[in-house]
Write a protein that binds this ligand. Structure first.
Ligand code: SF4
Length: 379
């Protein structure tokens, strides 16, 4: 079972309550960014590009709790930055677990073994480890040789101690579908509970702007990867969202489904874009011009976006919006088989560009940015 029944029940009853209350827009997962500092500088990530004085800042536990209470979402994802670098991450996680929120602490796992004693296994806490593929690809994607091995050690230790562990993987143009499938085998063999996938999004702050996927490329890549699926693979995601990535469904973006709170406030409209900030969750919901976002809006910033923070909540909402959606989810979870697709199987044999030839490795960070990061990580 990829997601424990207790968690599924909590989420299902929460969504049904929103539906009964006729709430058109509701949050499902709060994206809580307590800091932007990181011990990596991945080519596809824009967060670490902030100047030093911003990277030095962080949310207090009280600010985190206030945001979580205001928002009311049953799940809280803690990305960043690297949350394990936050000096009060223990207090933050404990406070959220005490509130019975399902917490996904997203980490590159470089510090996981060192910090793991800070945490206690709980059904409410999951380490969501950032793994971008097999060893060679992951190390290039995170621009750190040996990063994969350290992360694997962290995963093994967390699994050994009885923590819930998932992986989260971002895929970019040039990803080798065959290698990604082999990577799934490796992760399941480590004992992770499930895997999460998303296509990369073109952050305008990210150093590498060449390897983000367009929509048709995204669908083709994910269909190659997820068709002819192995039974052993478990995904900690909505099965309808995975079908959406494979091009089998269409969804409109619901950015309010995964609202973001960070040191600047409530980010408009989503985790990826920053078109202003609101002081309160209520203000975010009331003052954001939601109609200006999503693929249908014609907004060029949204044209190629299929990321989980915009579209997974749409898939979950679909599950609970009609009998058809509910049956589609049951079918996808229990009876969809392996999504047999001969063309996708043959496409796996197509030659792909080796990781070492991808532009992702050609990170160019200005000396000033490097100095900023060094200054910031010294605090
Ligand atoms: S389409 Fe993507 S970038 Fe646009 S609002 Fe939705 S999640 Fe954000």
């Amino acid at each position: 079972m990829p997601v424990p029944v207790a968690q599924m029940w909590t989420v299902a009853s929460y969504v049904v309550k929103q539906k009964l209350a006729r709430r058109k827009r509701y949050p499902l997962v709060l994206m809580l960014e307590p800091l932007f500092r990181c011990n990596l500088a991945c080519a596809g990530c824009g967060k670490i590009q902030y100047p030093a004085h911003i990277l030095k800042k962080q949310l207090t536990p009280e600010q985190c709790f206030k945001a979580v209470d205001e928002c009311g979402a049953p799940m809280v994802s803690i990305p960043g930055g690297e949350p394990l670098m936050h000096p009060q991450i223990k207090e933050i996680v404990e406070g959220l677990v005490a509130r019975k929120k399902y917490v996904y602490l997203c980490t590159n796992a470089l510090l996981l073994k060192e910090k793991i004693d800070l945490f206690t296994p709980s059904r409410y806490l999951t380490f969501s480890v950032h793994m971008d593929g097999q060893k060679e690809h992951h190390d290039f994607a995170v621009c750190r040789e040996g990063g994969y091995d350290i992360a694997v050690e962290g995963v093994k230790e967390a699994v050994r101690r009885g923590f819930r562990v998932t992986t989260n993987t971002t895929l970019f143009d040039g990803a080798d579908a065959k290698s990604v499938r082999a990577f799934f085998d490796e992760m399941m063999a480590l004992g992770v509970e499930g895997m999460m996938l998303s296509p990369g999004y073109s952050y305008n702050k990210a150093p590498d702007q060449q390897h983000f996927l367009g929509k048709s490329k995204t669908r083709k890549l994910f269909n190659k990867i997820l068709a002819n699926r192995k039974k052993s693979w478990q995904f900690n995601q909505s099965p309808l969202f995975l079908e959406y990535l494979m091009g089998k469904r269409h969804y409109a973006c619901t950015p309010w489904g995964m609202p973001t709170f960070n040191i600047f406030g409530w980010q408009k409209p989503c985790y990826l874009l920053a078109d202003g900030y609101a002081d309160t969750f209520d203000e975010l919901m009331q003052s954001t011009a939601w109609e200006k976002y999503g693929t249908e809006s014609g907004n060029p910033k949204c044209a190629n976006c299929m990321v989980h923070s915009g579209y997974e909540a749409s898939a979950v909402d679909d599950t609970f919006s009609s009998i058809k959606g509910l049956f589609a989810t049951i079918r996808a979870t229990m009876f969809a088989g392996n999504y047999a697709d001969r063309a996708a199987l043959e496409a796996l044999e197509e030659k792909s560009v080796p990781a070492s030839h991808l532009g992702l490795v050609q990170v160019t960070v200005s000396p000033t940015a490097v100095q900023s990061r060094q200054d910031a990580t010294r605090v």
